[in-house]
Design a protein. Structure first.
Length: 246
């Protein structure tokens, strides 16, 4: 997987899920001003920007037009994810269920700081975080493997509870990346170093969980087709090419 726009194949999800499958739409939250500033959000409550709210509305319309019955809508309880989930719920007539396990990584002492400020205060630590992602703990916060364990643990329970159904899950960049690394068996450090599975704001990845095989396959990754035009979609992806912030 790479951080690129992918168009969902026409009608690929129309025959899913089967009785022994769960269809999962993974969604990253909409844009915030802190995303644009490259400021660490972590588990602080940061509202969507005006563009982020527009992205969420466009995403909600797109999901509602897929012709698939959504049985449950789960979201991180952090504001930027919940406010992305609300218009989806309005379209598909579901109340977003807040899930603490879907939160972004706790960035500890780095929360609220620009990446440049972190580099000034903790020289070399941002690079070390990605180079030694299997064990590096954000000062006062979490490790990536801890995030991976909590999100993956919740995911396995959710798909078991929704056999034969489709669900939407709204979360965060690092949280989703960690989940995808777990499902694909990727090493955490390799995932970060190679920038695998990075998603743009309101990017959608569709997973098909096969309960008989015990595997989740990717139907499409990081689709931003709902953002209507290439310029808006490229803007949603733009921060992915810069130093990582969460």
């Amino acid at each position: 997987m790479s951080s690129t726009i992918q168009m969902p194949p026409a009608m690929i999800v129309s025959t899913f899920p089967g009785p022994a499958e769960t269809l999962v739409f993974l969604v990253r939250h909409g844009q915030t001003e802190w995303n644009l500033e490259r400021r660490f959000q972590g588990q602080l409550d940061v509202p969507l920007s005006d563009e982020g709210r527009t992205q969420a509305e466009l995403l909600a319309d797109w999901l509602n037009n897929q012709g698939i019955e959504i049985f449950a809508l789960y979201t991180s309880d952090l504001l930027r994810a919940y406010d992305t989930a609300v218009p989806i719920g309005e379209r598909v007539n579901l109340v977003p269920q807040r899930v603490v396990a879907l939160r972004e990584i706790h960035a500890g002492d780095w929360q609220g700081s620009l990446t440049t400020e972190i580099e000034d205060r903790y020289p070399g630590q941002l690079a070390r975080w990605h180079r030694e992602a299997n064990e590096f703990r954000l000062p006062g916060g979490e490790t990536i493997p801890e995030v991976r364990a909590r999100v993956h643990g919740w995911y396995m329970q959710a798909i078991e509870a929704h056999r034969g159904q489709a669900i939407v899950v709204v979360s965060h960049g690092m949280a989703i990346r960690s989940l995808l690394s777990a499902l694909n068996g990727w090493d955490v450090a390799d995932t970060e170093r190679m920038k695998k599975a990075g998603m743009g704001n309101t990017g959608v990845t569709a997973l098909l969980a096969d309960h008989e095989r015990g595997q989740s396959s990717v139907l499409f990754f990081n689709s931003l087709v709902h953002l209507e035009n290439t310029a808006r979609a490229q803007e949603a992806l733009k921060p992915l090419d810069e130093p990582a912030a969460v």
